[in-house]
Design a protein around this ligand. Structure first.
Ligand SMILES: Nc1nc2c(ncn2[C@@H]2O[C@H](COP(=O)(O)OP(=O)(O)OP(=O)(O)O)[C@@H](O)[C@H]2O)c(=O)[nH]1
Ligand SMILES: [Mg+2]
Length: 630
């Protein structure tokens, strides 16, 4: 059998020499990563839209005492790759690295997945076809004759419902057998022998499915198209999106309010206990200062301010993602992006950016045209990521709403937050347009955006997974940055050079620049020190202001507000900080990711320069106008 050995550049990490390698390929959004996660116990990103997996992932599991390395590949419709991530899949399937290839198909539209199966069979006979989403097919009254399909294809065809692990054992049994069997050219029943039709020998996807897939209820998509008419309708789409966004923020702000206060009360109570304990142990004052008033205090702040909103926002976002709302949002925004000569899929990468800009930047691989991909990468940072939401929420609560929670007040804060997000999206459009008129000239390419079927999410699972995989992950990263930052700030606040502390020297130096932008030197310093992670910006401001005076109960927003006001904050400062928080340099992780994705220092620098310059321009304009009015 002819096999092209393609160098895939993918390093397979086997645990034992005898481990077997399984490739998991298939069309986009058919459940490859779900199969992968269930087999390997991993937590690859899954969700109901096409193009989540953009690089391959590896996992390990044992079945019948045999070791398997499983490779989760990006989705592709055919082995004729169009985009970077499809190439990853094609190269791996075409290389001879895999001992077996599982092609995952969607049971509700099997025909569409069949051409990839046929193409793969041209390359290797070690194929197992996994017809996934059998539960959905059953709901839609689609019947599939797996035996007949297997006969026609000449390889095992196994029905699964990966999300509930149904059929995965049978799948592995088949894989195990096919790996053990000697390599045979696939013996397929030629088309001429399919029952009564005898006109052609070459089988196509249609022929393979003919008679093996029956639709009992042909109108099953009627209900979905009705929902789509509303969600993507000319007059309804944008108001619904706006309200949904506001609803998410309302739930996040309302839900996070009390837990945030409880957490901070608790964590600062611990701080007191720790201080007493250090005193009792006769630990030198400098060490107590560094560890408790430096490291611990910033950590406590990051955790109490960030954890509750994230623990609410991420599950909500994941639910929308699993139902299938994300691609509808992209569909609605397609026209706007086209007008800016950018790609409609940028809406998807923008949505990813709300979670984490670095993830959004990697997600840009789903955009085929290099020009449009660069536009999406360069503007991703305009939507505030989860590290910046808490900053925005805290400032809104402190300066515009008051700290007492009431239904009216939280709706107002959700409204303000939504307006800021709409602004950030508007700036994304403007910058995309500007880029496509200047350094990244070109006409928009066309693409097909898939609207996946609505899927019922498993709510309990979504909540648990989004808390463990996303919330704790992001929090962990923030905490690991916050600890050393706390130490550095404490040192800067306690080392005196000349007549003042290093911290004061720095903030005094930055003060004139900060004032120009409607802020002050301390705030600008906090943004600069927050380069490793945006989450620590507010804690740094608090620490710096506190290094000058001293207050005790910083867990309380009213006290905190007073601290800020005592340091000269007005509503102008508050809005300037919010604007600058949305528009300044990307965090270090995002910068590194941009460098990796673009392979270019020039584009990385530009991606720092664009939001920073925009933020400076908008903040200084706002500050000048606002001060003139007041
Ligand atoms: N009802 C049902 N849903 C499933 C099943 N398997 C996967 N899903 C859902 O289908 C959606 C897509 O699953 P993924 O595993 O992300 O699909 P993928 O093929 O890896 O997608 P890409 O990486 O984007 O190509 C997710 O929302 C899953 O929860 C299943 O057996 N039944
Ligand atoms: Mg995937």
């Amino acid at each position: 059998m002819a096999m092209n050995a393609v160098d895939t550049g993918l390093v397979i990490r086997k645990r034992h020499e005898t481990d077997k390698i399984i490739a998991l390929g298939g069309s986009p959004n058919v459940g490859k990563s779900t199969v992968f996660n269930e087999l390997c116990g991993s937590h690859q990103h899954t969700g109901n839209w096409a193009g989540k997996t953009v690089t391959s992932a590896q996992g390990y599991f044992e079945y019948h005492q045999n070791g398997y390395v499983c490779v989760d590949l990006p989705g592709c419709y055919s082995l004729m790759a169009h985009s970077a991530e499809e190439e990853v899949a094609r190269d791996f399937i075409c290389s001879d690295k895999a001992d077996a290839v599982i092609i995952v198909c969607d049971a509700t539209c099997l025909e569409r997945c069949m051409s990839l199966v046929l193409q793969t069979l041209e390359i290797t006979s070690k194929v197992v076809v996994c017809v996934n989403l059998m539960d959905e097919a059953a709901k839609k009254k689609i019947e599939i004759n797996l035996g007949l399909l297997s006969k026609r294809l000449g390889v095992p065809v196994i029905g699964t419902a990966a999300r509930s692990r149904d059929g995965l054992d049978r799948l592995m049994e088949a894989v195990h057998k096919i790996i053990l069997s000697p390599e045979n050219p696939t013996i397929r029943i030629p088309y001429s022998e399919f029952d009564d039709i005898a006109s052609a020998v070459v089988s196509t996807s249609e022929d393979i499915c003919d008679g093996a897939v029956t639709y009992e209820d042909k109108n099953y998509w009627k209900k979905e198209s009705k929902i789509d008419q509303i969600l993507t309708g000319k007059w309804t789409a944008f108001p619904i999106m706006f309200l949904a966004l506001m609803g998410i923020f309302w739930l996040t702000i309302t839900g996070a309010n009390y837990p945030s206060q409880w957490l901070s009360t608790f964590l600062f109570w611990i701080e007191d206990q720790l201080t007493d304990f250090f005193h009792w142990m006769k630990v030198p004052g400098i060490l107590t200062g560094m560890l408790i008033h430096g490291v611990y205090r910033v950590l406590a702040w990051v955790v109490s301010v960030m954890l509750p909103p994230m623990a609410i926002f991420f599950p909500l976002f994941t639910l929308l993602e699993d139902v299938g709302v994300l691609p509808r949002i992209a569909f609605n925004m397609d026209k706007c992006f086209k007008k800016c000569s950018a790609c409609g899929k940028q809406a998807l990468t923008m949505c990813m950016g709300f979670g984490c800009n670095a993830a959004g930047v990697v997600g840009c691989r789903i955009i085929d045209s290099p020009r449009e991909r660069l536009i999406a990468i360069l503007t991703n940072n305009f939507v505030p990521c989860n590290g910046r939401f808490p900053t925005l929420i805290t400032i809104i609560s402190m300066f515009f709403i008051g700290t007492a929670a009431g239904a009216g007040k939280t709706i107002l804060s959700a409204g303000i937050m939504t307006l800021f997000i709409v602004l950030s999206i508007a700036i994304t459009f403007l910058t995309s347009k500007l880029l496509s008129k200047t350094v990244l000239k070109g006409i928009p390419s066309s693409f097909t955006l898939e609207l996946p079927p609505y899927r019922k999410p498993q709510i309990g699972r979504v909540v648990v997974r989004s808390i463990f995989d996303r919330t704790l992950f992001v929090l962990g990263r923030a905490v690991s940055v916050a600890a050393p930052a706390g130490l550095i700030i404490w040192l800067m606040a306690n080392i005196v050079i000349g007549d003042k502390t290093v911290l004061l020297h720095c903030s005094d130096f930055l003060d004139p620049f900060g004032r120009l932008l409607g802020m002050d030197g301390v705030i600008l310093l906090a943004f600069i020190l927050g380069f490793p992670a945006n989450e620590i910006v507010i804690p740094i401001m608090i620490m710096t202001y506190m290094a000058e005076g001293s207050i005790l109960d910083i867990g309380n927003l009213t006290v905190l507000r007073q601290l800020f006001i005592d340091n000269g904050w007005t509503w102008i400062t508050a809005i300037s900080v919010m604007l600058f928080s949305m528009m300044h340099w990307p965090c270090s992780t995002t910068c590194l990711t941009i460098k990796k994705e673009t392979q270019s220092v020039k584009w990385t620098l530009l991606s720092v320069l664009i939001p920073t310059a925009t933020g400076m321009l908008i903040c200084s304009l706002f500050a000048a106008v606002a001060k003139a009015i007041v």
